[in-house]
Design a protein around this ligand. Structure first.
Ligand SMILES: [Fe+2]
Length: 289
């Protein structure tokens, strides 16, 4: 299969992967042959690209099954709605799914990250991003030979790293124009909000919770909220910082085009030892090959 930009799709091409709505419903099923009408609908969705079957079919190695990915995205979308509605939550409800995710990544550990699904709808961003960050973090954890318990704590921290975003008004998150200084300030409160939110939930390990607080800290002290540096930043947060930036870069945003996989890898590599922990960048470079 190959990735084709929306404007380059042609009637007669066949979808190699289903297209999902933000809440996990199938909008267009895989194996569907594209028609002119369908193409108009797809471009109206704001989707940057789609996977199309190549004439010569190559079997793409998967890291995580579509089923697990969609179930997790659905779980996060439900959680977001419940948080915004002020309901009491069970954050560990996704734990079983996370174990499936870890198992799948483990049994597919020889598959490189370059087969990563990087096409998402804008509105799907937060959930798809959280799952992708979790996949990259777990793959790095496996390279670091973490045991099952450590992997689960890392996976939970990575999955919920941006949970503070659920408290940021949608008017800011969905804004198409550049953010004002005041709005940027509000967005920058999400690590603290996330930390306080997770702290109030039973059963989460404090190392998982620290990921929410520290994932925007930078190795050289240039991050936020506290400007922590070096190994004062928890190892999990140093892993998630790389996963978070990498996945953001390869994602199309309203205000900028996505970088290619190689450009995003270059960015991580060229900021090794400054923004990112050199040792963790080495681990990252091993999982993408
Ligand atoms: Fe964040």
């Amino acid at each position: 299969m190959k990735k084709v930009r929306i404007e380059d799709l042609q009637p007669g091409m066949v979808l190699a992967r289903s297209i999902y709505s933000p809440d996990g419903r199938i909008l267009v099923k895989e194996k569907t042959e594209l028609t002119g009408q369908l193409l108009t609908r797809l471009s109206g969705l704001g989707l940057p690209a789609a996977y199309i079957e190549s004439v010569q079919e190559i079997n793409v190695a998967e890291l995580v099954s579509d089923i697990t990915r969609v179930d997790l995205i659905r779980g996060l979308s439900k959680l977001d709605q419940e948080i915004r509605a002020g309901k009491k939550l069970n954050l560990l409800s996704n734990k079983q799914l996370l174990y499936s995710l870890i198992d799948e990544i483990n049994s597919n550990r020889n598959n490189p990250l370059s087969e990563f699904p990087d096409i998402r709808l804008h509105s799907d961003y937060l959930y798809g991003h959280s799952v992708n960050v979790c996949v990259i973090a777990v793959k790095m954890g496996l390279k670091l030979t973490y045991n099952q318990l450590k992997l689960a704590d890392l996976a939970i921290g990575a999955l919920y790293h941006d949970i503070g975003m659920t408290q940021i008004p949608l008017t800011i998150l969905d804004k198409k124009q550049p953010l004002t200084e005041a709005e940027t300030k509000i967005i920058r409160t999400h690590p603290e909000i996330g930390y306080n939110f997770l702290k109030g939930n039973d059963g989460l390990s404090h190392v998982s919770i620290h990921v929410a607080y520290q994932h925007h800290e930078r190795y050289n002290g240039s991050g936020y909220p506290r400007g922590m540096a070096g190994t004062a930043i928890h190892e999990f947060a140093r892993i998630v910082a790389i996963a978070d930036v990498f996945d953001s870069l390869i994602t199309e945003k309203i205000y900028r085009k996505a970088k290619s996989f190689e450009e995003a890898v270059d960015y991580i590599q060229s900021n090794s030892g400054t923004e990112f922990d050199q040792e963790m960048v080495e681990v990252f470079l091993k999982i993408i090959k």
